[in-house]
Design a protein around this ligand. Structure first.
Ligand code: ADP
Ligand code: MG
Length: 269
């Protein structure tokens, strides 16, 4: 990559206040227009790393650059215009409706915080239609199903008009069709030159949709590249300590199937 990357991490470390070293010497560069899968076991530092990028957490050492400039030099509203966040779940939606939630994505662009211009309202409603959530607009976010909430949160991130989207475990609670829908939405945004970093446990889904995967283990990157090349039974064994079959279906798409434990008698309780 010759030109300035959209995102660059240089030797990032995050040590929490209790001394836990969650991200260890992570470095990589991403250009525009990539769908990047972030894969690794629970607790390996995926969310922590994403929170460092959007400055929800301060890094302990290292540098994060967006368009070649340190994120520390950017104000929160500047960052919000470039980086949007889709959290895994909403812990408290403060009684906001789906429409109000999506509208929040427009606030970095609004000069007046007290009312929304008509064109903003139209843009938000049009986007909600595109993401199949317009009919939910007056419902409270926390009353919606996981799949509906996830679509609303993606619509909110989309109207922020970011160049980088950080999506944390978007499909964990979703059925097959909703999972594919989410990945199709993300793919459509990548076609518009957005880069999306998505943490996700469904490796088969990641292998289908992502052009690049970053594999993490215990706070470090163990591999990065085209999932079709890097995802192997050896990698799965190394990272997850699980034996798995890695195969190709009739369309040539990768699938990953974990094998059941074969140690004598299985787990003993
Ligand atoms: P992942 O998203 O890959 O599941 P996280 O980034 O959430 O992992 O967590 C990485 C590690 O950091 C875990 O061991 C977790 O317990 C720990 N951790 C997360 N948040 C904190 C915190 N605020 N203080 C201390 N340790 C934390
Ligand atoms: Mg996480």
């Amino acid at each position: 990559m010759d030109e300035t990357p959209l995102l660059e991490l240089r030797d990032i470390n995050k040590i929490y206040e209790n001394g836990y070293h969650a991200v260890r010497g992570v470095s990589y560069k991403l250009g525009p227009g990539h769908l990047v899968g972030l894969i690794g076991p629970n607790g390996c530092g995926k969310s922590t790393m994403m929170h460092c990028i959007n400055r929800l957490h301060d890094t302990t050492s290292g540098e994060i650059l967006i368009d070649g400039e340190s994120v520390l030099k950017k104000s929160p509203s500047e960052i919000a215009k470039i980086v949007a966040n889709v959290p895994a779940e909403i812990k408290n939606s403060f009684g906001l409706t789906a429409y109000e939630t999506v509208m929040l994505g427009r606030y970095p662009y609004m000069k007046n915080m007290w009312w929304e211009p008509v064109e903003e309202e139209e843009y938000v409603l049009k986007t909600m239609e595109n993401f199949g959530v317009a009919h939910l607009k007056d419902r409270q976010l926390n009353m919606l199903s996981s799949g509906e909430q996830q679509r609303v949160l993606i619509a909110k991130a989309y109207v922020q008009n970011p160049r980088l989207m950080l999506v944390d475990e978007p499909t964990s609670h979703l059925d097959m069709k909703y999972k594919l829908d989410v990945m199709e939405y993300l793919t459509a945004m990548v076609r518009k030159d957005m880069t999306i970093l998505v943490a996700e446990h469904d490796i088969s889904l990641m292998a289908r949709y992502c052009d690049t995967c970053i594999i993490m283990k215990k706070g470090k990157i163990v591999d990065m590249g085209d999932p079709k090349e890097i995802i192997t039974p050896e990698l799965i064994e190394d990272v997850y300590e699980v034996s798995a079959t890695v195969g190709k279906d009739n369309d040539g798409e990768l699938f990953i199937l974990p094998k059941r434990y074969r140690n004598k008698g299985g787990f003993q309780i």
